[in-house]
Design a binder for this molecule. Structure first.
Ligand SMILES: Cc1cc2nc3c(=O)[nH]c(=O)nc-3n(C[C@H](O)[C@H](O)[C@H](O)COP(=O)(O)OP(=O)(O)OC[C@H]3O[C@@H](n4cnc5c(N)ncnc54)[C@H](O)[C@@H]3O)c2cc1C
Length: 475
């Protein structure tokens, strides 16, 4: 076996997963079919939980150098409301960054940690047996690994070959997006845009550099998305929607996206797993797809590493589907709801007005924001205090910030009593005795993804939970 894990696809999900696996010395190879980054640029927003994860892995500084911090408001169906006050996070903002930049930074991080990445290598087939997976590349080369993860995007070859169902709704609306020069005067554009956006929120023209505008306009219908749109398509649609094509010319890039909404029935079949867009697709409203994929990767990474390294409890790898499938289901649902709220029909517009009023209630606003930013996620670890299953914010500790202690992707026992021990799990779990920790509990056991796996003060109970999440002790 040359590799422990082969990852198909080096988008944000694949690159993040590779880095997470390397934290545990897993031999990982990423196969990416493209040789160059895509020509189009999506400016994506990293939401609070993803920003926290970047801080947790020591990546935030370099991302902040290339991105823009923006207020966390107007996050739900673009309803113009500020974020609620006093959010429980040290990173309560939205981080806007071009997708190719974040992919480059994640890839760089994975390589620094020792991942191998091969570009221009498309996975076209695989076969799994009891010991591993044989992966076939487009040029006929065959590679062997113990596990394969499909991070190969919405049209995932891995998912299709796996025969996993991908139920949901096909695209019903398509949107054209591109960057191009515009002949019309700036004030004319601004007036038209503000008039049209009163009723059609799928339309926008915004400056994207000197003399260049980012144009977003509904397409005429649903087409074969493999074919990029033409400038003529933009001219026609702008004229149809705005009554003028604004004299657009000299495009930098042109693309389209749809609103198909689908969720893989299973995230794992034997030694093959799915993550990111390969497992779930939905419209980009609320900017959640990349965030969801990166968070899948952080949930899966340490579990797959534990499996490879031989210390995983029997059911650990299956908790990946059990935890992440419902999260994606919830994201799909909130995007369905948001898309309805963008409709220009009188019914949805009335619901939008009502929701706009409801969001003045602090609790409603907070609930929606915690959903979109993923800080509200609570995995089902069984009965227990509200904190159980939730992520812990980056609190102050006597040795600095909490997230600084989670860089290596290990478990952590935060012990305010100073009398507990991680004993035979000390090769996988760190122990910090800190009576100053701002915790609403005597002791907390954190998983490598920062979620609370146990709360209490009893050593025997702690040992049971260490076994549950980290397998047998070494001694
Ligand atoms: C207009 C728009 C705006 C968006 N804005 C946001 C936003 O603000 N926030 C957000 O979180 N998300 C946003 N998204 C969604 C986000 O872009 C995707 O969810 C994200 O790219 C998914 O990452 P991924 O790594 O799972 O898949 P991808 O980014 O699709 O990466 C998959 C990779 O696999 C490669 N590949 C495919 N097939 C193979 C194969 N057979 N072998 C090897 N490699 C293969 C591909 O070349 C690609 O590099 C937006 C999407 C759109 C369309």
């Amino acid at each position: 076996m040359h590799f422990d894990v082969i990852i198909a696809g080096c988008g944000p999900t694949g690159a993040m997963l590779a880095a997470e696996l390397r934290l545990h010395d897993v031999r990982v190879l990423v196969l990416e079919k493209e040789t160059e980054p895509p020509s189009y640029v999506r400016i994506v927003g990293l939401h609070i939980r993803s920003i926290e994860l970047m801080a947790m892995r020591g990546l935030l500084e370099r991302i902040l150098e290339r991105g823009r911090r923006r207020p966390a408001g107007a996050y739900f169906a673009a309803i113009d409301k500020p974020a609620p006050e006093g959010l429980d996070s040290a990173y309560a903002y939205l981080l806007g960054i071009p997708q190719p930049v974040i992919v480059h930074l994640l890839e760089e991080h994975a390589v620094e940690l020792g991942a191998q990445i091969r570009h221009g290598c498309a996975v076209v087939g695989f076969a799994q047996d009891d010991d591993g997976v044989t992966v076939e590349l487009a040029d006929g080369e065959r590679l062997r690994s113990r596990y394969l993860v499909g991070c190969d995007g919405a049209r995932s070859t891995v998912r299709k070959l796996l025969g996993v169902g991908f139920p949901g709704e096909p695209s019903r609306n398509e949107t054209l997006m591109g960057e191009m020069a515009v002949g019309a005067p700036q004030d004319e554009i601004a007036a038209k845009v503000s008039e049209l956006r009163e009723t059609d929120r799928r339309f926008s023209l915004a400056p994207a550099g000197v003399g260049v505008y980012r144009v977003v306009v509904p397409a005429a219908g649903v087409s074969d998305r493999a074919a990029p749109p033409t400038l003529e398509d933009f001219r026609r649609q702008l004229s149809a929607v705005a009554g003028t094509d604004f004299g657009v010319h000299s495009p930098r890039w042109l693309s389209r996206f749809g609103d198909a909404t689908r969720l893989a029935e299973r995230y794992r079949v034997g030694r093959v797993l799915l993550a990111g867009d390969a497992a779930h697709i939905h419209p980009p409203i609320g900017g959640q797809g990349l965030n969801l994929g990166v968070q899948d990767a952080v949930n899966l990474g340490w579990k797959l590493a534990a499996q490879v390294r031989g210390w995983a409890p029997e059911t650990l790898l299956d908790t990946y589907h059990a935890e992440r499938h419902p999260v994606a289901e919830d994201v799909l649902d909130n995007t369905r709801a948001q898309m309805e709220l963008l409709s220009a029909e009188p019914g949805p517009r009335a619901v939008r007005r009502l929701l706009t009023e409801l969001m003045d209630f602090e609790e409603v606003n907070r609930h929606l924001l915690e959903k979109i930013t993923a800080i509200g996620i609570r995995y089902d670890f069984g009965a227990g205090p509200d904190l159980l299953g939730r992520r812990l914010p980056d609190i102050d500790l006597k040795e600095g910030r909490l997230y600084g202690l989670l860089r290596r992707g290990r478990g952590l026992l935060l012990d305010r009593t100073g009398r507990l021990t991680v004993g035979g799990w000390s090769d996988r779990v760190d122990h910090l005795a800190d009576p100053t920790a701002a915790l609403d509990a005597p002791c907390v056991l954190l998983r490598p993804d920062g979620h609370v796996a146990w709360i209490g003060d009893d050593q025997r109970d702690l040992d049971d939970h260490l076994s549950r999440w980290f397998g047998r002790p070494t001694t």
